[in-house]
Design a protein around this ligand. Sequence first.
Ligand code: PMP
Length: 407
Amino acid sequence: NEDVVPQAAEDPLFGLMAAYKADSFDRKVDLGIGAYRDNNAKPWVLPVVKKADNILRDDPDLNHEYLPIAGLPEFTKASQKLILGADSPAIAENRVISLQTISGTGAVHLGGLFLSKFYSKTNPNATIYFSNPTWANHNQIFTNVHLPIDTYPYFDAKTRGLNFDGMISALEGAPEKSIVLLHACAHNPTGVDPTQDQWKKIAEVMRKKSQFPFFDCAYQGFASGDLNKDAWAVRYFVEQGFELLIAQSYAKNFGLYGERAGCFHYVGPARNGSETAKRVASQLAILQRSEISNPPAYGARIASLCLNDVSLFAEWEANLRTMSGRIIDMRKALRGKLEELKTPGTWNHITEQIGMFSFTGLSEAQVAKLRSDAHIYMTKNGRVSMAGLNTNNVNYVAEAINKVVKE
Ligand code: PMP
């Protein structure tokens, strides 16, 4: 009955998508979607992915057998190198354990499950802290595995940048051995990342308090267009000797959203890490087996081909630069038009924020008005998906924002 299984609230993002779809206005704009769109507002199959797809189709030996429990070995190995660097000592010292997962969501979940089952044993009531705000699913995923959750301040509404002091004092105030979820780059939903110096300070505080880092990496290469630059924070923490977890998604950077290609990594501590890693691997295999038995093959095969072939890899990097470059152009165009229109307020944050999203600072009422008057759809916190902008609609969007801000 209703007390046992009450009606759940609709997922706000999916509600937004449905409303956009049902709108028949011809200049409607979707700024809610968390997926890349080309300049014609269409999904973009990366040319390198198309190429890999053709190679797979022509392979007479390809079959539909199960993958191993931990996934396609050449995929998980290449994934380690991509996030940690090909010359990572952690890889050389056999301290890294990797399992292919159901995209980034599956990796976050597997990490949460592992922490809940094992980390909580010696650290009962260890809380996982994530940024306020964060990707909405973090809250649900960690709650589902019964990890206590809490938040640290992150976004400064006044500067529309990082509330660094707030974040640091929250970490200093959090109990020792707390788990801290960090976005590796291109923070969702704010588009605000710490600088390298700020990352160093975060690591210093976490080291002092023996806190446990869990990196969520859903946008490597998509943020700056440079795969190494986007992995800097993760590599720095590994260099500092932290034992840590990484959830890696290939949804955005390969455009493999629905194929669910992702990877989970455990990096053992600098001392005795390989011995620990072996035990961790044995337990992760059991968790994976009971959750999904074995991961889906197709997307991982595509990614694996591109990651392991020098020329396909170079082509992938070029495709990444096409996506990140177009988004940067749209940031410039939106800011430029708002400034040209003398829209009240400052708009430098539009070009300073990075990745797919921007926290515009628009109020809930302004967001509602943009939707009812101009058929422009975005989440009510004022988050804009930059990928929804293109040369055909960016002036229309700027003019509509200008109007609601001036009203
Ligand atoms: N983490 C963050 C911060 C994200 O933004 C996303 C994608 N929206 C994910 C994880 C996981 O996405 P997926 O499961 O599609 O890889």
